[in-house]
Design a protein around this ligand. Structure first.
Ligand SMILES: Cc1ncc(COP(=O)(O)O)c(C=O)c1O
Length: 350
């Protein structure tokens, strides 16, 4: 705290990212990175971009990448907005589309950045409790609001909401923007992008950090009606016109041009998720059904806190949230088969 801080900065409660430990040989299953790595074509594309052209600013509109993403998802380039990771896209969404003098709705158990953006932009947030089985109930979103946001699949629960239920929320809120944060959609869910032409109030947000294994490159995007995208561009161009550097634009484009790698990576995560789920259930865990690259599990006898500490002593890092309703759970990222074996063996010894 300093006398130089503004009152807003004094009041901020910033997001706490999952730990990025510096120790070697850790089994790192705490931040939902993809263990299978990016396509070699991404590395090639980035290497060929490493040239004298770096003295020039990148394309502020990311035209070529937007065309690639639009083509991939069967929408028009003017329906695509790019950002420095989906976190930046989400921040712009809160600023551009959620300031309507009524509370923004999101689940009580969800991505913990949403309340942080509310604090940053002085937006009122209202949490809507998940059901006892940690599901989103669309009926609960029939109430006055200044916008709605939820991840699908939800994080950290991993639970997926079928498109018919997403549509129910959209239909009940046609006067407000509904944002579906699809950071984990490629691990088995069906994307709401196919609904954007039908619902002008729908904005879908995705990232290349998870299924395309590019968390370090920082690329995310939103897809929706061109009017919503215009609003985001107005904020972007009032903040930083060049959110994606040349390397990020080249690498991200190449990621979309290697479908075989993408499919193999997603399928690898899905089959390991099933194996880990079964093993955890065999060890007396309750595991929520997950459509993400992590599982959310609680042991029927041992506390989440004690298990995460004991795993850590074995060099295995998982995420534990000391928060209401979920303090008994561990969020475990699906790793490589070798990492997952280490987790299972580690838990057996406990
Ligand atoms: C639900 C959800 N949305 C968005 C993000 C942000 O992803 P990124 O900024 O890496 O694109 C995350 C990251 O873990 C997430 O869990």
């Amino acid at each position: 705290m300093s006398k130089f801080w503004s009152p807003l900065v004094k009041s901020l409660v910033p997001y706490v990212p999952g730990e990025q430990p510096k120790m070697a040989n850790l089994v790192k299953l705490n931040t939902n990175e993809n263990p299978f790595g990016p396509s070699p074509k991404v590395i090639e594309a980035i290497q060929s971009e490493l040239s004298d052209s770096l003295r020039l600013y990148p394309d502020p509109e990311g035209e070529s990448l937007r065309q690639t993403i639009a083509g991939y998802h069967n929408v028009k380039p003017e329906q695509v907005f790019l950002g420095n990771g989906s976190d930046e896209v989400l921040a712009h969404i809160f600023y551009a589309l959620f300031q309507h003098g009524q509370p923004v709705l999101f689940p009580d158990v969800t991505y913990s950045f949403y309340p942080v953006y509310c604090g940053l932009y002085n937006i009122e947030g209202k949490t809507v409790p998940l059901t006892d089985s940690f599901e989103i109930n669309p009926e609960d979103y029939k109430q006055p609001n200044g916008g709605i946001i939820f991840p699908n699949p939800n994080a950290p629960t991993g639970r997926y909401l079928g498109l018919e239920h997403v549509e129910a929320i959209l239909q009940a809120n046609s006067e407000r923007v509904v944002v579906v944060d699809e950071a984990y959609i490629d691990f088995g869910g069906e994307s709401s992008i196919k609904l954007v032409d039908q619902y002008p109030n729908l904005l879908v947000c995705q990232t290349l950090s998870k299924a395309r294994s590019l968390a370090g490159l920082r690329v995310g995007f939103a897809i929706g009606h061109p009017d919503l995208i215009d609003a985001l561009n107005r904020v972007k161009d009032s903040f930083n016109s060049y959110p994606l550097d040349r390397l990020a634009q080249a690498g991200a484009k190449a990621a979309y041009e290697d479908e075989a790698w993408f499919q193999k990576s997603c399928n690898g995560v899905i089959s390991e998720r099933e194996r880990v789920t079964e093993a955890l259930e065999g060890l007396n865990f309750e595991v929520l059904p997950s459509m993400a690259n992590f599982v959310f599990a609680r042991h029927k006898e041992k506390s989440g806190d004690s298990l995460s500490k004991a795993l850590r002593e074995q060099g295995i890092i998982v995420r534990h949230f000391n928060k209401p309703r979920i303090s008994e759970f561990l969020r475990i990222t699906i790793g490589t088969p070798v990492q997952n074996d280490a987790l299972i063996t580690g838990l057996k010894t406990l």
